[in-house]
Design a protein around this ligand. Structure first.
Ligand code: URA
Ligand code: SF4
Length: 204
């Protein structure tokens, strides 16, 4: 059967999930990647933040959100008054998908098949952490958590009770990195912070 299911341990804790993830062959993305990138944070976290997939830096270091998007996210989390120990950070897809152009590795969006294949890991993580809320950073995360396509602009910033745990959709920090105009970028950052505050409030 395709997908990660057969590699996810039953009745796990975070350590067991982390230990099992490197063996996953639930889709083909493991092959060109350097390593699996699992998560950061404790099982006691009240907020789970879900990104898209590891980027180039994350793939090299084996840690989520350690590159440019991660730095921006850390700033937004701090600005929202959320402590690091309150959050658990992970991705919808646990291997870096890229296209090789000479020496460079260019990020490529995961396909729906990759998101669906990797979902059992995220489900297991949510089952262990049992957060008050899961924050979907962008459409890929929302697709994994809610199982449907979303329009970020129309649905962001509200607590959605259709999932268990409840979810809140916001923008992915790398969308901010692509915003060139400084005023637009400041506004997008403020909107991200505002969404994180809503999530924090709902989780406490
Ligand atoms: N972008 C993501 O979605 N996840 C990471 O871990 C890094 C960048
Ligand atoms: Fe397994 Fe997910 Fe990696 Fe695919 S991306 S091999 S499903 S961990």
């Amino acid at each position: 059967r395709p997908g990660a299911e057969q590699w996810v341990p039953e009745h796990p804790d975070l350590a067991a999930l982390r230990a099992a993830a490197p063996d996953c062959r639930g889709c083909e993305l493991w092959k060109p990647a350097t390593q699996v990138v699992f998560s950061a944070g404790a099982a006691s976290a009240r907020l789970v933040l879900v990104g898209e997939q590891p980027g180039d830096q994350e793939d090299r270091q084996g840690e989520p959100f350690v590159g440019p998007a991660g730095r921006l996210l850390a700033q937004a989390v701090e600005e929202a008054g959320i402590a690091r120990r309150e959050i658990y950070v992970t991705n919808a897809v646990k291997h870096f998908r890229f296209e090789r152009r000479g020496k460079r590795r260019i990020h490529e969006k995961p396909a729906v098949a990759h998101i669906d294949a990797c979902r059992p890991w995220l489900r297991a993580e949510l089952g262990v952490v049992r957060p008050g809320i899961v924050v979907c950073l962008g459409a890929t995360a929302a697709r994994s958590v809610l199982g449907r396509d979303v329009r970020i602009g129309a649905e962001r910033g509200r607590v959605l009770e259709e999932s268990d745990p409840p979810a809140l959709i916001t923008t992915h920090p790398s969308a901010l990195l692509r915003t060139r105009d400084p005023a637009d970028r400041d506004a997008a950052f403020a909107a991200l912070v505002a969404d994180l505050r809503v999530a924090h409030e709902a989780a406490s």
